[in-house]
Design a protein around this ligand. Structure first.
Ligand code: DP6
Length: 353
């Protein structure tokens, strides 16, 4: 028995950040987080999986290169432990072929889109379409991926249970609720980060005293962002997301040894955005930074050209991507040709009839 499926998913930008886990293996968070899904036409991961007993072992091909990837191997192990009883096909070896339509070297996170696409593809192969289950499967890969299952705005709940069954994302509002929001991404450093988010989070939870204070204030921030989204209140949304990003990076800086993802270019962007809003007399652009130096500026379609012009003037900004708000992970036609060509490249003989 064999199965080929393909799926596509976009990254999401966290408006209220997930930073810190209560369970490192199951990727259970210490706070609720909220995100906006980006547009798969601009940034996306496309993943094809072949499940077949004819394969010698699990094989991962990322952006055309065969790789050994402990993170993907662990995610598959967790998915198998969860699903093998009801879906024995998942125990077959898998050929996973995944690629991003944006340069991986651009320094834009791909784990959210990558694991959301993998969860969606696995769901397609096994006949699982329940969004809550897909969100949990994506979470087993990377916490933030749980939100990329959904389009528009999504909230991932902390949950209370040790087994994580109540920790999954759900949609707050579809993209049509606020279609003119965009994320202007200013690449400030395209290199690979020195401290992974996994390590950075662990260090923050273990050593930062500010972190407890952040966690205490999270429920109120989450409520304010949710309300701002539901009321299409850009001013309130902008202020909250900038404060939340600053709060997360403050806890990192206060960790020991400090975790620093922002660089001088990131800090110039922060200053420029505050000046831009001060000139406008209201918040028209809001920055947020994930675990990296690249700035995400949330603004509206109308404002986007002016925001881009402002960012281009900042020395050290290498490249701009503009992504509208987008849709959740979706299945696409199985890419048999890609699977066949990849098997040929790997010199593995499995017939795909
Ligand atoms: C700063 O989801 O990459 O982007 O669960 O360890 O894989 P793991 O972490 P990951 O962390 C994302 C952190 C963040 C904030 C966010 O996306 O909410």
């Amino acid at each position: 028995m064999e199965k080929i499926v393909s799926a596509i998913a976009a990254p999401n930008i966290a408006l209220i950040k997930y930073w810190g886990k209560r369970d490192n293996l199951l990727k259970l968070p210490l706070n609720d987080s909220i995100s906006m899904t980006l547009d798969a036409g601009t940034l996306a991961s496309t993943t094809t999986i072949l499940l077949s007993d004819g394969l010698p072992r699990d094989i991962f091909v990322l952006n055309g290169q065969r790789v050994q990837d402990a993170h993907i191997a662990e995610a598959l192990k967790l998915m198998r432990a969860r699903l093998a009883h009801d879906h024995p096909l998942i125990d077959s070896p898998v050929l996973l072929i995944s690629s991003n339509n944006f340069p991986t070297s651009a320094g834009i996170a791909s784990s959210a889109s990558g694991f959301a696409a993998l969860a969606k593809a696995m769901g397609g192969a096994l006949g699982i379409d329940d969004l809550r289950e897909l969100s949990i499967l994506a979470r087993l890969g990377s916490g933030s991926a749980s939100r990329s299952i959904f389009g528009g705005f999504a909230k991932w709940k902390t949950g209370k249970r040790e087994d994580g069954e109540d920790s999954f994302a759900a949609q707050i509002a579809p993209s049509s609720h606020w279609p003119d929001l965009v994320d202007v991404i200013a690449v400030a450093d395209a290199g690979k980060k020195k401290v992974s988010s996994k390590m950075g989070m662990e260090r923050t939870v273990d050593t930062s005293e500010l972190f407890d204070c952040r966690i205490k204030h999270m429920p109120a921030s989450v409520r304010r962002v949710e309300t701002a989204i539901l009321e299409n209140d850009f001013d309130a949304l902008g202020e909250e997301i900038m404060k939340d990003s600053n709060s997360m990076h403050a806890t990192m800086l206060e960790s020991w040894p400090p975790v620093m993802y922002m660089n001088d270019v990131s800090r110039s962007v922060i200053e420029a955005v505050h000046e831009y809003n001060a000139d406008a007399g209201e918040i028209r652009a809001a920055y947020t930074f994930d675990a990296g130096p690249n700035a995400h500026i949330i603004t509206t379609q109308d404002e986007s050209a002016k925001v881009r012009a402002m960012l281009k003037k900042i020395s050290g900004v290498q490249k701009l991507f503009v992504s509208p708000i987008g849709e959740g992970a979706k299945s696409v036609a199985p890419d048999r040709k890609l699977a066949e060509n990849t098997l040929k490249m790997l010199k593995i003989n499995v017939s795909l009839d």
